[in-house]
Design a protein around this ligand. Structure first.
Ligand code: ARG
Length: 459
């Protein structure tokens, strides 16, 4: 196929250079956005009398038939075009003749590709938003079923204070809520159409960029033509938003891997979301969670790659920018896949409440509550902390837990102790009394569930 710039060149492009230069094999993903953008562009050219309406009608009809044929598999991406933009234009001319060559009036691939990628990213982020809302919904359901499931809360991965499994799950719900908010912010920043920036300087044709912007669902158009074609901030922001989703998923995945180990046994994943070993018959591996944890690395890599491509790049378009797409596509696809697997894996998991409670009973996780008990009876907190520490140390030396000591034993440490200590350090009391806003008491966790449910519904 002749290059569209062939007129200026005496030789044809070297085959290896041609392959190296071509982006069709990956940017063909944007075919729908490219065609939609071209239809809007042609419509605007008609409205502004840059092209006669009869030509515009032919162009739109041709573009619609191309879209149809790609969707139903009649048209494949093998005409040797350099990228999706040239592919569509070449195919259009093949179908409707010379009128097809008018489509690119007052447009450059520079503003075209900037437009297509924005539209593609917006479409894909909308899908991820839906997946996140589904995950938040599952977290709320699971939390509701586990409001009374006491487990050890950890700091430094050491048992710290008793919490409920519901509270633990809702912590993740809050992260995913922020992720949805971040998607909204990311889209808000990219929601200006670059179309009409043309190659870099705008155009002498009497176009109206507002028409294409509103036809394509943008809030408006970019303010500066050079910035319109050079800006890939939206790719960086998207990758950063996606990276944080993967940070959250990987932390959750890590906990699930721990919880499903024999050492914890707080959770069992459904057979349909686990795998066995090729040699060890007893194994049931949390492969899906491990893969999610592992795939975070490639998304962070995509972000780093994008930043590196852009760093030090002079204005306006440079071919380096063709490297923006694969990382963005990869990250969008990876996050989509991870969420698609993660949510049903979580929804079908069995929570082993008894094991959680057993683990919470060991490890002195009610020691803070003992110190608080003494403090509420008038002892300064630091002194209460010290006495409790001594009691814990003595118990460890004797192989006992706090509940094993008699009131007399306790009185040897402080006269303030009485029979009320047992209630004060009972795990259910430790949990249900933590009614500070956002605390682990079921009454507070319920409020979080209500908030998260409402959020997921409107998003
Ligand atoms: N395939 C190109 C890209 O992805 C499209 C823009 C080409 N523009 C140019 N001036 N060569 O960046």
């Amino acid at each position: 196929m002749d290059k569209m710039w062939a007129g200026r060149f005496a030789k044809t492009l070297d085959k290896t250079a041609d392959d190296f230069n071509s982006s069709l094999k990956f940017d063909c993903k944007m075919f729908a956005q490219d065609i939609k953008g071209s239809i809007a562009h042609a419509t605007m050219l008609g409205a502004c009398n840059v092209l006669p309406q009869a030509d515009v009608d032919k162009i739109i009809e041709g573009l619609a038939s191309i879209l149809e044929d790609i969707k139903n598999g009649k048209l494949t991406f093998d005409n040797g075009a350099e990228d999706i933009h040239m592919f569509v234009e070449g195919e259009l001319t093949k179908r409707i003749g010379d009128v097809g060559k008018k489509l690119h009036t007052s447009r450059s691939r520079n503003d075209q590709v900037a437009l297509d990628l924005r539209m593609y990213v917006k479409d894909e982020l909308a899908k991820i938003k839906t997946l996140l809302s589904e995950l938040i919904g599952v977290l709320c359901d699971k939390a509701e079923q586990n409001l009374d499931a006491i487990m050890p809360g950890y700091t430094h991965l050491q048992r710290a204070q008793p919490i409920t499994f519901a509270q633990h799950l809702m912590a993740y719900a809050m992260m995913f809520i922020r992720d949805v908010m971040r998607i909204d912010d990311t889209v808000k920043h990219m929601n200006l159409s670059p179309l009409g920036s043309c190659a870099l300087a705008g155009t002498t044709y009497p176009i109206d960029r507002g028409i294409t912007a509103s036809l394509l669902g943008f809030d408006g158009y970019t303010h500066n033509s050079l910035d319109g074609v050079s800006d890939r901030d939206f790719c960086v922001e998207t990758l950063s938003t996606l990276s944080l989703i993967m940070v959250h998923l990987s932390r959750f995945a890590e906990e699930i891997i721990l919880w499903t180990s024999w050492e914890f046994k707080f959770m069992e994943l459904d057979d349909s979301f686990t795998t066995g070993s090729s040699i060890m018959p007893q194994k049931k591996n949390s492969d899906m969670a491990e893969l999610v944890r592992g795939k975070s690395g490639r998304v962070f890599g995509d972000l780093m790659g994008m930043l590196t491509v852009l760093k030090g790049l002079p204005l306006a378009y440079n071919k380096d920018m063709q490297e923006d797409k694969e990382g963005v596509f990869d990250a969008l696809e990876t996050v989509n896949m991870c969420l698609t697997v993660f949510t049903p894996m979580l929804a079908t998991a069995t929570v082993l409440k008894d094991n959680m409670l057993t683990a919470a009973k060991k490890g002195f996780i009610n020691a803070t509550d003992m110190a608080d008990y003494l403090t509420k009876k008038g002892m300064p907190f630091r002194s209460a902390y010290k006495i409790t520490g001594t009691i814990v140390g003595d118990c460890i030396a004797k192989g006992k837990v706090l509940e094993d000591l008699t009131v007399e034993d306790y009185k040897q440490y402080s006269e303030l102790f009485d029979g009320g200590i047992y209630k004060a350090i009972s795990l259910s009391e430790c949990v249900s009394k933590r009614i500070s806003q956002g605390g682990t008491a079921p009454s507070e966790t319920k409020k979080q569930i209500t908030y998260a449910r409402k959020f997921a519904k409107i998003n």
